[in-house]
Write a protein that binds this ligand. Structure first.
Ligand code: ADP
Ligand code: MG
Length: 622
């Protein structure tokens, strides 16, 4: 056999990942083992799946397993599996280039503002490269299941920018990853050290992880299984400890934190399946990056055989933070993604998953305030999308949401709609809210003034999804949800009289302002919303809030121009000054400032900032 070696460069982004990984994982070196064992386990899963249709791939070597071995003299650790293996093309695609957008995302997360923990490397689909944290050279020997002995591949790299590729001869299918340890990392060259890491991070890998049995401190030829090696979800609940549930979550989610909560159920009856679903304590990276594509995190098994990650088929988008396993008994093993997408059984399993998650969250809300608070902080906004996405569960989802409010002055988002309703004033029939860009902007909205004066609570909405959600979520528990800036305020008889009188009295002033503001406003009215501020904008029921219109424009969307309605407070000194101002130019400056400050507090973009500044300076220097 000819053994020509070919040297190839890594794709640029891989080289960048390699550099970053070795630096940022410096204090968590041990994760390399978890990542490589996880890949070996994936390789066994893939083989088992492919062998359903092609049993000959397994041959007489049907016991899938992972072996971890080390050589103190050669300073190597070897992770071997008899799983699917890789062809030459697959080696090039998987170990030298960017197989998914994970690489780019990993880079972004490490350099971006929202620094993901580098230990979450496995969530990004670049876990293999963690090998170079402890090794200055990595050799991969691999033979694809079904390929001939002589068609094996040898891949080798020092992780610096190039890798070498050569043909190899291997007696059996599978993959060996040989780590040539850096001198500094000799600590990993020990039976108990490695075994401890396996129990800690990989105990619930469903295939046996084997090590050489020790005798008198020396390895023997005999292999022994050192992990739990069973499908945890398939065991009876009573036989599983909390620690086992937690450990399984960590290896499943490539996470280092305990999950917040979990729900484990076996459904019997006409359709049989098991669900084990976890709520993480921190957003997984795909949530951080806002990525909606290639959703991952819920593994579908059929009778213990891993089929595929089917998060998108098994959970709606608004529950995309959930991690877990679904094991169905009654689906055909050769099921495809296309079939999953239109399968009544999957629909039922999905509905059951949703129910379990909502049950779990309801339990958390009533039994563990701290954890529920953590949940709301991490995933409250994601869950909120469910109000639109899942109308059938709208009521349940709405109950779980927590908002900031004028009754909680620290910006804490901890007021539920039920609490709000319980505090409503006599005669109050709507749930009032205000939307803005930030907590401060919401809390400072002039439109709140009349509500505050009457002791009516207003919910402060300042998340990006709010306006979209509130466009469709308009009623809860028989109460309308209403924006304080929109439409007419409901006034009692006394207030109505006062309002009419004020409007009558201000008629000349209103006319003056309309003349002065010309085409900039659609109308000017005396406000029932204001007590302290001179002016605010009022919206019609179908008008976009100005801060939203700005956001949409910034995102490149076409937003129809609409002229605002300006509401004024005739009792305010500035408004009185305009009323009294005889000089037309000065009155015009003042009137425009009245409008512009209303626009600014509403989060609008001023159409002509320079003119605004000049106007203000003229008046200040006056
Ligand atoms: P991920 O496991 O998330 O896909 P990794 O960087 O850990 O990302 O691995 C990259 C790819 O390399 C895997 O998707 C797989 O195709 C391939 N690979 C890695 N290790 C093995 C292995 N032991 N056997 C077969 N393929 C492997
Ligand atoms: Mg991996």
């Amino acid at each position: 056999m000819t053994t020509t070696t070919e040297t190839r460069p890594f794709e640029a982004e891989v080289a960048q990942v390699l550099r970053l990984v070795t630096h940022s994982l410096y204090s968590h070196k041990e994760i390399f083992l978890r990542e490589l064992v996880s890949n070996a386990s994936d390789a066994c899963d893939k083989l088992r799946f492919q062998a359903i249709g092609k049993p000959e791939l397994l041959g007489d070597d049907a016991g899938l397993h992972i072996d971890v071995d080390f050589d103190s003299d050669a300073k190597t650790i070897t992770i071997h599996d008899n799983g699917i293996g890789m062809s030459r093309d697959e080696v090039i695609a998987n170990l030298g280039s960017i197989a998914s957008s994970g690489t780019r995302r990993f880079l972004e997360s490490l350099s971006g503002e929202q620094q993901a923990d580098a230990r979450l490397i496995g969530q990004f689909g670049v876990g293999f490269y963690s090998a170079f944290v402890v090794a200055d050279k990595v050799t991969v020997l691999t033979r694809r299941a079904g390929a001939d002995a002589g068609d094996a591949v040898r891949w080798e790299s020092d992780g610096k920018g190039e890798y070498a590729l050569a043909a190899a001869d291997l007696p059996a299918r599978g993959t060996s990853v040989v780590l040539h340890l850096k001198d500094d990392d000799a600590e990993f060259l020990g039976h108990w050290k490695l075994r401890d890491l396996i129990t800690r991070y990989s105990d619930h890998v469903a295939f046996p992880i084997r090590m050489h049995k020790q005798k008198d401190g020396k390895p023997t030829d005999e292999w022994e299984t050192v992990n739990n090696a069973s499908a945890l979800w398939a065991k009876a609940k009573a036989g599983i400890t909390d620690d086992q549930y937690k450990a399984f979550y960590k290896s499943l989610g490539h996470d280092f934190n305990d999950p917040l909560a979990w729900s484990h159920h076996r459904v019997e009856g006409s359709q049989r399946f098991t669900t084990l679903l976890y709520i993480p304590a921190q957003p997984p990276f795909d949530l951080l990056m806002g990525g909606r594509d290639e959703r991952k995190g819920v593994k579908l098994y059929i009778k213990r055989v891993f089929i595929m990650d089917a998060a998108a088929e098994l959970l709606p988008n608004y529950l995309r933070f959930v991690r877990g396993v679904v094991d169905a008994d009654d689906l055909p093993l050769n099921v495809s993604r296309e079939i999953l997408q239109h399968n009544r059984q999957i629909e039922r399993i999905k509905a059951s998953c949703v129910k379990r998650v909502l049950d779990l969250l309801e339990k958390l809300a009533t039994s563990d305030a701290d954890k529920f608070k953590t949940f709301c902080g991490a995933f409250g906004n994601t869950l909120k999308e469910g109000l639109v996405e899942d109308p059938a569960n709208r009521e349940r989802i709405a109950k779980l949401l927590r908002f900031a409010s004028t009754h909680a002055d620290d910006g804490a988002q901890n007021v539920s709609l039920d609490e709000y309703i319980a505090r409503m004033q006599p005669g109050q029939d709507a749930i009032w809210y205000v939307t803005a860009d930030s907590y401060k902007a919401a809390a400072g909205s002039p439109q709140l003034e009349a509500f505050k004066a009457k002791g009516i609570e207003v919910l402060l909405m300042f998340d990006r999804v709010d306006a979209w959600v509130l466009g469709q979520f308009t009623e809860y528990a028989g109460k309308q949800l209403r924006n304080v800036a929109k439409g007419e305020l409901p006034l009692d008889e006394a207030d109505k009289k006062k309002q009419e009188a004020a409007a009558k009295e201000a008629e000349p002033l209103v006319k003056k302002l309309k003349d002065l503001l010309g085409g900039r406003v659609s109308d000017v009215k005396v406000s029932a919303r204001l007590t302290d501020s001179p002016s605010c904008l009022a919206l019609s029921d179908y008008e976009l809030a100005p801060h939203l219109a700005r956001l949409l424009r910034e995102a490149g969307q076409a937003v129809p121009d609409s002229k605002p309605t300006l509401e004024i407070n005739p009792a305010h000194a500035l408004v009185k000054r305009i009323d009294a101002e005889a000089d037309h130019a000065k009155a015009e400056d003042l009137a425009l400032l009245l409008l512009e400050q209303a626009e600014i507090t509403a989060g609008a973009l001023l159409p002509d900032p320079a003119a605004f500044v000049q106007r203000m300076n003229r008046l200040l220097a006056d």
